[in-house]
Design a protein around this ligand. Structure first.
Ligand code: SAM
Length: 381
């Protein structure tokens, strides 16, 4: 199937030159191009410069892969009960984690392959020093959508710098509005710092903040309406995520999942909701409040309403493994290729073949489903 180009990936420039090399090169990095020059006399040259990018990451089901989640660390300062275990640290050694230079090189290769949306995640991306410089690198490469998922603990003091570096959007995880319950879920006392982080985002151009809440039956499912009220009061975008079988302690069960349909019904009964159109590949079904209140509600239902048919995402783990699905049984080892001296072309060929084999969908709802070995903190959510 032929690869499609996005509108921003194709263009024509015309230049006039009286001397020296054409300055226009600088404006079209990482694109393929042809140019024609015409010199009517010895002082004037006229050129036509046509450039395009080949959107070449496509899987065997015809899905165009344009989104990449990059986990920049497997370390986290929180121990959320639905994600990590309370046990002692089991982080990878530092030399197993990709260096910033390696992450830069891979980002450039992915850009050339047609990735246009990048989300930095972890672990907790803000615990690794150098996160802002990496945002700047990604921003200079030209990604159309550059975002980050964070637990918000370090955000108040980092928000300005992230924005200045070129970050477009930010998601903050917050699973309870009750400080005591927050402490139980995250096993930290960071409630106030997360709230300050959200305030900082709301005051900045990064706002409105997107707040991610993972609902777990019996733990925080009583807070659905409180979160909706929080969205209305603060004008934030509230995202409710279904609990997925990616927790370290293997406590996931179908009974603990709070279905997106239930969340919709409960909020809609109190404050009627109006659906907002969404891109097919978007994970969230989005709603605004019918009474015109600020804020937005989003429902992400990977368990009860899987959206694999339109998935446009792949993931790079902090230790350099490529994953084509959150629930993939296997990783694909980019790090070894990279460290063995592969050229950009060899990396591209490898990535294309991995993407081609992306699974049609996950099997959470089928008998015999096996939870992947890697948990969310080691994948990068
Ligand atoms: N440390 C950052 C944070 O807390 O947002 C980024 C990493 S965290 C693994 C990314 C996202 O994955 C968070 O929004 C978190 O709530 C979500 N997550 C972790 N475990 C999950 C699970 N078992 N089911 C659903 N979402 C999960």
């Amino acid at each position: 199937m032929a690869a499609r180009a996005m509108p921003e990936d194709i263009g024509l420039r015309v230049w006039l030159e009286t001397a020296g090399p054409p300055a226009v090169w600088k404006g079209v990095p990482h694109r393929k191009y042809v140019y024609f020059r015409w010199a009517p006399d010895s002082t004037l040259r006229v050129g036509f410069f046509v450039f395009w990018s080949e959107m070449s990451l496509q899987d065997k089901f015809g899905r165009q892969i344009t989104d990449l989640r990059i986990s920049v660390t497997d370390r986290c300062n929180f121990r959320c009960v639905y994600c990590r275990s309370a046990d002692p640290e089991n982080y990878r050694d530092h030399d197993q984690i990709l260096s910033w230079k390696e992450l830069e090189r891979l980002a450039k290769v992915f850009y050339e392959l047609g990735i246009r949306k990048v989300r930095m995640t972890g672990g907790e991306p803000l615990v690794r020093s150098g996160a802002e410089e990496y945002v700047k690198y990604l921003s200079d490469l030209g990604f159309a959508d550059l975002s980050m998922t964070t637990n918000g603990h370090l955000l108040a003091e980092r928000c300005e710098g992230l924005m200045a570096a070129g970050l477009h959007r930010i998601n903050i995880s917050l699973d309870s509005l009750n400080p005591k319950k927050f402490e139980k879920i995250t096993r930290t006392k960071s409630f106030n710092s997360v709230m300050h982080g959200i305030d900082a985002v709301q005051k900045s151009k990064l706002g409105p903040a997107k707040i991610n809440a993972v609902l777990v039956r019996g733990i925080n499912d009583d807070e659905v309406e409180a979160f909706a009220e929080f969205a209305r009061d603060r004008g934030v975008i509230m995202r409710f995520i279904e609990f997925m079988p990616l927790d370290a302690d293997r406590h996931w069960s179908r009974e603990r999942v709070v279905a997106a349909a239930e969340v919709f019904e409960r909020i809609n009964a109190r404050w009627p909701l109006v659906q907002i159109p969404h891109e097919k590949s978007e994970t969230a079904r989005k709603y605004r409040f019918a009474d015109g209140a600020p804020g937005e509600i989003g429902l992400i239902a990977p368990v009860t309403q899987p959206f694999c048919g339109h998935c446009s995402r792949i993931r790079l783990t902090a230790d350099g493994k490529l994953r084509t699905c959150l629930f993939s049984k296997d990783d694909h080892d980019l790090r070894t290729y990279l460290r063995d001296g592969a050229s950009d072309e060899e990396l591209e060929t490898f990535i294309k073949s991995v993407v081609n084999g992306k699974e049609e969908g996950h099997h959470i709802n089928e008998p015999g489903f096996v939870q992947p070995n890697r948990t969310m903190v080691f994948i990068g959510g």
